[in-house]
Ligand binder design. Structure first.
Ligand SMILES: Nc1ncnc2c1ncn2[C@@H]1O[C@H](COP(=O)(O)OP(=O)(O)OP(=O)(O)O)[C@@H](O)[C@H]1O
Ligand SMILES: [Mg+2]
Length: 284
């Protein structure tokens, strides 16, 4: 890593020291066989923050989430602290709410029974879980659909069921991996505004992966741009746009200037991942 970048990261840690981070990662690397997915990644996440993550395809975004969700251990050498307490990745299993890249609704379960899956696995009685879920349906735009099956729903509704499941699993930290990736532009923009409302009401800390720079800026307090694989933090861009955010904000000069900065950073990395991508091991 160039020296200048290393110094910038250390300064970031000093800034956040007075307010204890909810999650602090330092020097996180992850190797799968001959593929290095993450390399020396560091980030500190403050309670209540909405952080969006962008980066070229294959740079290790989902791998990062799998580590924070406790599903994968990073390589030896890095450190991970949750509320100041040094932890292994597996200690975080069940302590964060995770919506994986695919929505993973069970086709044989109704909307309500898909929504309660995570809390039911945690040991909440099904009748109690269903009661809680029924009360949340209006907020998630699913009133009247509780007895429907996933194949009877639109893409946007399926995403809301998966999000409701993640919100019902009440944890301080929520990981959302491209939750709106499969939606058309209009539905997506409605879902973004809806998510900001729900986030502000429930006061959670959110890490949100997206490929859409507008979405990253519209939602985030900070945008974390990752380098091409092996992924590390290329840029942490604060987004000091006022909240609540209105749709018109995307045409403001401030928004457009931020977008230019992010697009430049992402384009530089995408070019790298394009020219170096996926050569079989052993070839130059
Ligand atoms: N369980 C695994 N076993 C082997 N290789 C893996 C595994 N998980 C991820 N990888 C590899 O690690 C790299 C990063 O993958 P990852 O899914 O984290 O990327 P991503 O940034 O989420 O990509 P996308 O934007 O396409 O979702 C890829 O080269 C991938 O093939
Ligand atoms: Mg991914």
């Amino acid at each position: 890593m160039p020296q200048a970048e290393k110094v910038a990261h250390l300064a970031d840690y000093a800034d956040t020291a007075e307010r204890q981070p909810l999650l602090a990662l330092r020097g996180i690397s992850k190797t799968f066989g001959t593929v290095k997915a993450l390399d020396d990644l560091g980030v500190a996440i403050r309670p209540g923050e909405f952080i969006t993550v962008v980066g070229p395809s294959g740079c290790g975004k989902s791998t990062l989430f799998n580590i924070v969700a406790g599903l994968e251990e990073p390589d030896a050498g890095g450190s991970l602290a949750f509320l100041g307490k040094p932890s292994r990745a597996r200690d975080l299993l069940g302590r964060v709410a995770f919506m994986p890249q695919r929505d993973l609704l069970l086709p044989w379960r109704t909307v309500i029974d898909n929504a309660i899956l995570a809390v039911e696995l945690e040991g909440v009685r099904r009748a109690d879980a269903r009661r809680q879920a029924l009360a949340m349906l209006p907020e998630f735009g699913l009133t009247g659909f509780e007895q429907r099956y996933p194949h009877e729903l639109s893409g946007g509704m399926r995403q809301r069921v998966a999000l409701m499941r993640t919100f019902m699993f009440k944890r301080d930290l929520m990981l959302l991996d491209e939750p709106f990736g499969a939606l058309d532009a209009l539905t997506r923009s409605m879902m973004q505004r809806w998510l900001l409302d729900v986030w502000q009401k429930h006061r959670r800390t959110i890490l949100f992966i997206t490929h859409d720079v507008d979405e990253a800026l519209f939602l985030g307090d900070r945008v974390m741009v990752m380098t091409a694989r092996p992924g590390r933090v290329k840029l942490e861009q604060p987004v000091n746009l006022p909240r609540p955010r209105r749709p018109e904000i995307v045409t403001s000069p401030e928004f457009i200037a931020l977008k230019r900065t992010l697009l430049d950073a992402i384009e530089e990395e995408s070019m790298k991942s394009f020219t170096t991508s996926d050569k079989p091991a052993g070839t130059a």
